[in-house]
Every structure is written in C-alpha cells, then in structure tokens.
Design a binder for this molecule. Structure first.
Ligand code: GLN
Length: 525
C-alpha cells in the first residue's frame, strides 16, 4: 500500500489518454513559452491554469458556456475574482474545461460537448475500457492528470472537485465555505457552492491558498471579496484565525513545522455495504500511513446523521438550483427558442417553455422539476424544511467530534431538539469525545466506473450515490481534500473494476482549519 509520490502519479497519467477535457483552449500565442511551475523562485512562479467553464473568463477567446446548450457562446463582460487573483499570482489561463451542465452531475457526462473520457489502458496497450472522469469538474481533473495544466479551477457544491480528483489520481481541494470568492462563478446552489483547486500535489494548492508563511496577508485565504456576498468579512476571517491560533497555542504545538501526534477519526458510518473492498483496503493503508508517518492516533468516531446527508443534499441543492436557473428564460439570457412562436404565444409563456425545453439537458431539467416540487407549498414541510434540519444535525455531528470548535457555530446548534424530526428518521446518540483533528475516509465508494455502465444506469439515483462521502462536508461548509492513494494490485480484495489503480482518500477538517488540512495532505503524499 505504498503512497504514490507526485512523480508516480504524473508518470501513471502519461500512460493514459484523455479525451474531451477542454471546451475551448486559449490560442497558443497567448501562452508564454516559459510558463513552468519550476521557474526561478526569485521571480513570480508562473503556471498554466485550466478553468472550469462555469467560471467567468473575460477574454473573447474564452466564452463561458457551463456546458449548456442554453449558453453556447456566452461572453462574460467581467472576469471571476478567483481567476484575476490567480493571474496576479502567475497564472496563464490555457483553456476552459468540460463539466456536467451547470455543475450538476457526478461523471461529467451531462455536457452539451459530450462526456469527458478517462481512457485508461490497464494493460498499457491503449485498449482498456473508457472510465468515468468523475464530475462535475471532470475536465479540470483531466487537464491536470494529463499534464495540460499545472493547476485547475473547479467548483465543489457536493463533491465536484473531490470526486473527479479521486477518479483521475490528482489532488482536489474544497475550501471552507466563504473563504474563496465566488464572484463570477455561475451559481448552482448558493448555500453550498465553493471554488476548489486541483493539482498534482497538495503543496501546489497550499502555496496558492495559504502561501508559504501561513500568516501571509497576500494569501488567497485572507482575501475578502466585497463583490461576493458570501465571502467572509475581514473581521470574521480574523476571528476565525484567532480562534485557530488560540487552539494551537493551547496545545503548545510548534505548528506548522510539526504535525506529529494528531488524532485522526475514522467515521464508522462511512464503512457502508457498497464500499468496494479494495477501497476499504486503501483506507486501512492510509490510516496505517498517518499512524506511521505522522505518529498519529487513530480513533473510531460516529457521525450518526451521515446516512441522511445524501437525501438532504439532493433536496437542498436542486431547490436552490431551480431558483438560480429561473433567469434562463430565453428573453434575458442565452438561447431563445427558434421555432415559430408568435408574439402572443410568447406572452403566454410558450417562448419561455420552449427555450428552456431546448436549452437545458435532461439532468438539469430533472433538478429543476425536483427543486420546484420540494419548494411547493404541498411538499415544503416534508422535504425542504426536513432537509434543513438534517443539515443542522450533520453540522452538529462534525462539531461533536472535532477537538477544535467551530468558530461560526451558534450555541443553539448544539441543543438541537431531536424530537423535531419525523419518526422514520432514527438517530442514535453515540458520539465519542471531541478529540479529533481530522477525519479520514474514502472520497468515493468505488474506483471509477466504466462510462458504458454510467450510460446504462437505470436510475439517476445510482449516480447520486457516488456523492455519499463528499456531501456531508459540503452541508457543513467544512474544508476537505481528496488525495490519491495507490490501490495494491496484490491486495486480497482486488476490485472487479477496471482501474488506474488509484483511489481517492478524503481528509475533512474543522471550519477554517484549511491550512493544517493542506499541510497534512502534503505530508501524506
Ligand atoms: N454530484 C453532485 C451534484 O450533482 C455534486 C455537484 C457539484 O459539486 N457541483 O449535485
């Protein structure tokens, strides 16, 4: 169960062929020839950045399509703050990457530009089955895995950076909610949306987000964006940082130079029946690695609301999506239905319905219908309101296991009344002591499935299942990272799946503990 080094991960990537990861590329002439992550440290390190196509770029060569037929050539009049921030730190945008339309999906197959393909050749002959690249930031993950970008931007609402990272053998980081600016990111579900980064190593991400010195004011984590109403205010950022510093000082830890002696929690509820045995083996190997390399303590913990998190997510995210996507009406934005609707038809809403019917793909229409239903007066109490309650319980579960308390958690969260829940939601109160620094669990229950099998899935719920380990951290707004762990071919539990022999392991931290999370992830690679 050796942990692959950065070199091995990149080496494995070059043996594979990747298709369809870019929607459009910047003209070669606009990319300076000396762009390389290893430029002289005296100058600003320059790097190639791939940008998920639901993040606005202002160059006329780079439209922002969200992989939707609704926005076939939309040119944003402004650039997303995160792109501007990264350009100021040496990035050159090399292209816009393919995704599930508006970020809705887990395999990057729901795209107007066709599916992203992770074509592995398990035997080195190039004739292996085509695998899922994960979604929805599958194109960004592939751009990094194939070496076409040094860093890629993705969005992570319920796992869309972490899952593709896991399926393609790269590192995928989802920051604390409100840390990185979302101005210029096309919203999917505002209360969950985050901008995430993908790279071959956690160190590359940490350099950008945290900076080389963790208190560096020029680091991305410190930058409030007044244009994003969910961007944490400077005072709140300072409070969160103080809170974390207080904790480290209490523990008299010489952080970050040492990360020895931390406690890692293994959430028992994540050991589900559907977990592929080879992923379970990789999980055990990862636990052994942190015990050995970081002198860490491993403890079992319980997050009892976990099994309700997926259902809550698939109520909340579509509800917010249905509201966000209402603006695509064929009048103000994007595609207008080109059938012969007369003006009076348009007044009756025919133009609106026809534009939406033609412009949105099947999965997006499903989410809109689902969201509109759960927000309707008939269903609101049973779905949307219950899902919000489960969300609070998920957050409370996390707060109960972490040693560091949540700097934003209001006291009332801890005294949540269980009797508020409907009878069929049974929660056992079996938390351990609050002693954990990080949670360690798989990113996905299986290795990447064959694309062929994804296309044949009978129910969309089969794809939703992939998000079972990623949505809890999203519901709670916590930082999480997926790192590649090699799956041993000699494991007694070799998977039946074709694979690139890399599984994603996830580390989840307390709110605003992103710097330590990235440092630990870096030490594991
Ligand atoms: N797969 C999840 C969904 O379809 C997550 C998507 C995301 O994080 N953007 O909603």
């Amino acid at each position: 169960h050796a942990i692959p080094t950065r070199h091995q991960v990149v080496g494995a990537a070059t043996q594979r062929r990747y298709l369809n990861q870019f929607i459009c590329k910047a003209p070669q002439s606009s990319i300076p020839q000396d762009v390389s992550p290893s430029s002289s440290p005296a100058t600003l390190p320059r790097f190639r950045l791939a940008v998920k196509d639901n993040i606005a770029t202002a160059s006329s060569d780079l439209p922002t399509t969200c992989a939707s037929r609704f926005l076939p050539s939309y040119k944003s009049p402004f650039e997303a703050t995160i792109v501007t921030q990264l350009r100021a730190r040496g990035a050159t945008v090399v292209g816009k990457t393919n995704l599930d339309e508006f970020g809705m999906g887990s395999h990057s197959v729901h795209s107007a530009f066709g599916a992203v393909v992770n074509e592995t050749d398990g035997n080195g002959q190039g004739d292996g089955p085509r695998l899922s690249a994960g979604g929805s930031s599958g194109g960004s993950a592939m751009a990094v895995a194939a070496g076409e970008a040094d860093v890629a931007l993705g969005t992570d609402t319920g796992g869309s950076v972490r899952l593709p990272a896991a399926y393609t053998g790269v590192v995928g980081f989802k920051p604390s909610y409100g840390m990185l600016s979302r101005h210029g990111v096309v919203p999917y579900a505002n209360s969950l949306d985050t901008v995430g980064l993908l790279a071959p190593s956690a160190a590359a991400i940490s350099d950008l987000v945290i900076g080389r010195r963790s208190n560096s004011k020029s680091s991305l984590w410190a930058e409030h964006d007044p244009k994003d109403p969910t961007s944490l205010l400077p005072a709140a950022r300072e409070r969160c940082a103080q809170h974390r510093r207080g904790y480290h000082e209490d523990r008299a830890e010489d952080w970050p130079s040492t990360l020895q002696g931390l406690t890692f929690g293994i959430p028992l509820e994540y050991n589900i029946e559907e977990l592929d045995p080879c992923i379970r083996d990789a999980w055990a190997a990862a636990a052994a690695l942190v015990r050995h390399e970081l002198n860490a303590r491993i403890v079992p913990v319980s997050l009892p609301s976990t099994r309700h998190a997926l259902s809550a997510y698939y109520v909340i995210a579509p509800a917010e999506a249905s509201s966000n996507l209402a603006k695509y009406d064929g009048v103000r934005y994007g595609r207008r239905a080109n059938d012969d609707t007369s003006d009076s038809d348009a007044a009756d809403g025919v133009l609106y319905a026809a534009s939406r019917g033609q412009g949105f793909g099947e999965e997006v229409r499903r989410r809109i219908l689902l969201g509109s239903y759960t927000l309707s007066s008939e269903a609101m109490d049973n779905y949307f309101i219950q899902a919000q309650r489960v969300r609070r319980l998920v957050r409370r579960d996390f707060d109960r296991v972490f040693a560091l308390s949540n700097p934003l958690a209001p006291e009332e969260d801890r005294s949540f009344d269980l009797s508020d829940l409907p009878d069929h939601v049974v929660l056992e109160d079996k938390f351990g002591p609050s002693e954990v620094d990080f949670l360690l669990c798989p990113t996905a229950p299986t290795l990447p499935p064959r694309l062929e099998d994804v296309f044949q899935q009978k129910s969309p719920v089969d794809a939703y299942m992939n998000d079972v380990f990623t949505v809890p951290a999203s519901l709670a707004g916590l930082p999480a990272i997926s790192i590649p762990i090699e799956v041993s071919a000699t494991s007694g539990n070799v998977s039946q799946q074709p694979s690139n022999n890399v599984a994603g392991m996830q580390l989840i931290g307390q709110y605003w503990d992103d710097a330590r999370l990235l440092a630990v992830a870096d030490r594991m690679a």
